[in-house]
Design a protein around this ligand. Structure first.
Ligand code: NAI
Length: 334
């Protein structure tokens, strides 16, 4: 199965890490022909959990698993990395202000960006999962000046998949029959889950919703039920499960990397990628867009014409991204 792909996973001793590692090693991310070399980065308090996971990976006897290396040294972890899954982050503590949160994460993602710059492979691709994901990706990219900007992305695939799940239920159609859903903006409560271009079994979703609910009820369902449910699904999971989204987040991370590396065959998905000014988003922000994957690159879907409602929702989320960028800039983190 060729030479192994080196994958660095930060926060590997945490919950999402535990859900990710076994699927990656099984071949679910890169396919049955690619062996993997895993490098697990943790902070000292997390090393035991990562080492325990490494023992269990050995016990799972995955034929595609070449090696597992556990370290608390970012330089060692990113040395030779082809893929970086940046999961570990500083969670918001009680009473913590946004500036404190951004500063604490700057202290993580700045040095990790520098380590990527110094030692990662030329083809390195990064997905940031740890929150605030878009801005953490921005910080990491700013510390890796020799790595092309478009190699830094943030995860909004979980939001995308959540939108698919909600539509599937509402339309009584399998997710595989639904296309062209999009998440715009920040991975936060301001995100805009957009179904205006979506189709179900080839028919426009807005048309089907109008037909089933009536135009007024369909509009209200989208703005008052669908959008907030998707955007606040994380809180719903915590309420119901008593713990945050873990397996679904890991699964979305696998989807993101797989589609980035192997392409989507023209199908839309969503990813937060560096803006080159598409749809009026300031250049350089890491913003979620509808994308397709081809040739190992994300391509923002061109030529869409957001209506007034969509334009206003996108602008509101982008405004939040700008505020986060300005805050980390003011802290000297960019
Ligand atoms: P967790 O707390 O179980 O695990 C995080 C791990 O990261 C811990 O083991 C911790 O020791 C480690 N860590 C902290 N700082 C580190 C550093 N500097 N280097 C390496 N490791 C470090 O949290 P969980 O549930 O695994 O979630 C991880 C992150 O993913 C959180 O920030 C969470 O908010 C975010 N998340 C993002 C989603 C998305 O859709 N983008 C969805 C769900 C969670």
């Amino acid at each position: 199965s060729g030479s192994p792909v080196t994958i660095t996973i930060t926060g590997a001793g945490g919950q999402i890490g535990y859900a990710l590692l076994f699927r990656i090693a099984s071949g679910a991310m890169l396919g049955p022909d690619t062996s993997v070399r895993l490098k697990l980065l943790e902070i000292p308090q997390g090393l035991g959990a990562a080492e325990g996971a490494a023992l269990e990976l050995q016990d799972a006897a995955f034929p595609l698993l070449d090696s597992v290396d556990v370290t608390d040294d970012a330089g060692r972890a990113f040395d030779g990395a082809n893929l970086g899954l940046l999961v570990g982050a500083r969670p918001r503590g009680p009473g913590m202000e946004r500036a404190d949160l951004l500063e604490a994460n700057g202290g993580i993602f700045g040095p990790q960006g520098a380590a990527i710059n110094a030692g990662a492979a030329d083809d390195v691709r990064i997905v940031v999962v740890g929150n605030p994901a878009n801005t953490n990706a921005l910080i990491a990219a700013a510390h890796a000046p020799d790595v092309p900007r478009d190699r830094f992305t943030a995860l909004t695939r979980l939001d995308h998949n959540r939108a698919l799940g909600q539509l599937s239920e509402a339309l009584d159609a399998p997710v595989g029959e639904i296309s062209r859903v999009a998440i715009w903006g920040n991975h936060s409560a301001t995100q805009f889950p957009d179904v205006s271009h979506a189709t179900v079994r080839g028919r426009p979703v807005p048309e089907v919703l109008d037909e089933e609910m009536g135009p007024d009820a369909a509009r209200t369902w989208l703005s008052d039920v669908f959008i907030p449910r998707v955007a606040q699904r994380g809180a719903e999971i915590i309420r119901v499960r008593g713990s945050s989204s873990v397996a679904s987040a890991a699964s979305a991370t696998i989807d993101h990397v797989r589609d980035w590396v192997h392409g989507t065959d023209g199908a839309w998905t969503s990813a937060a990628v560096v803006s080159t000014g598409e749809y009026g988003v300031p250049e350089g922000l890491i913003c979620s867009y509808p994308v397709t994957g081809a040739d190992g690159t994300w391509h923002v879907v061109p030529g869409l014409e957001p209506d007034a409602f969509a334009a206003q929702r996108i602008a509101a989320s982008v405004e939040e991204l700008v505020a986060e960028r300005d805050a980390v800039r003011a802290l000297g983190l960019l």
